[in-house]
Design a binder for this molecule. Structure first.
Ligand code: FPP
Length: 232
């Protein structure tokens, strides 16, 4: 069974840092390194799309210092790893809303997206300023505009709604992994998760390794995916 699209909620950076006697941001710093290692491992494993929850629409509630720090991470990440991502033919994409993101971070993200746009290997898709409920509402608005402007009939079917979402260009989501033991979805890919397999692992993101990823994929392969049907 092929795994085409994997999504990860990279949780537990703050708790990991605290447990080490460090400040929360050091957890995020370590998290960037892990993000790089897992992106490379996922690419080597032939995953087509890796979607990572980097900043949610709810994360703005954190302290200004922490938000400021998180917003600087893309610049750090791409200055360190963009060359390698290019060599590996990885394409950077983003889901979420650019507008509220600080302008310098927008420029960094857009530049990585533009520079890698012709790459044909794995898609490394960052969910930044992303919230799934908002994504669905924006999709409904887009659909409604098409109906009101008579571009289409008001006859939307379930299978068509994907095209109104931010993930419209990607294959269906096969597997969602959340680290650090929390068993929640936290407003991540709600529509896309309808028939995905879920893996909740007990270790914090800074301790997640390519071996952990391989174990999650093994678990996935053992699952009997019936999509609501009966096994043939
Ligand atoms: C959740 O841990 C993690 C985040 C909110 C940020 C995750 C972001 C990265 C790992 C790097 C992003 C990098 C780029 C290049 C966009 P938490 O702080 O909620 O941990 P806690 O639950 O232990 O407090």
């Amino acid at each position: 069974m092929n795994v085409r699209h994997v999504a990860i909620i990279m949780d537990g950076n703050g708790r990991w840092a605290k447990a080490q006697g460090k400040v929360r941001t050091e957890g995020h710093f370590k998290g960037v390194e892990v993000l790089h290692d897992i992106a490379i491992a996922a690419n080597d494993l032939g995953i087509e799309v890796l979607t990572l929850y980097a900043f949610s629409t709810e994360n703005w509630k954190r302290s200004a210092d922490e938000v400021g720090y998180l917003m600087k991470l893309p610049a750090y990440f791409f200055s360190r790893f963009l060359k390698e991502l290019m060599e590996k033919n990885i394409r950077i994409t983003m889901i979420g809303e650019m507008e509220q993101i600080p302008i310098d971070t927008q420029k960094v993200l857009q530049s990585a997206i533009d520079q890698t746009k012709n790459n044909t290997g794995m898609v490394l898709n960052f969910a930044m300023n992303y919230g799934s409920q908002r994504e669905i509402v924006l999709g409904i608005r887009k659909y409604t505009e098409e109906v009101l402007s008579k571009k289409r009939e008001n006859n939307l079917e379930v299978g068509e709604f994907d095209q109104y979402l931010m993930t419209s260009e990607f294959p269906p989501l096969d597997l969602m992994i959340r680290t650090s033991g929390e068993c929640r979805i936290s407003n991540f890919l709600l529509w896309q998760l309808a028939y995905s397999e879920l893996e909740f692992v007990d270790i914090p993101w800074p301790e997640f390794t390519k071996e952990t990823l391989a174990t999650c994929l093994e678990q996935f392969k053992k699952r009997d995916r019936r999509f609501g049907g009966v096994k043939s």
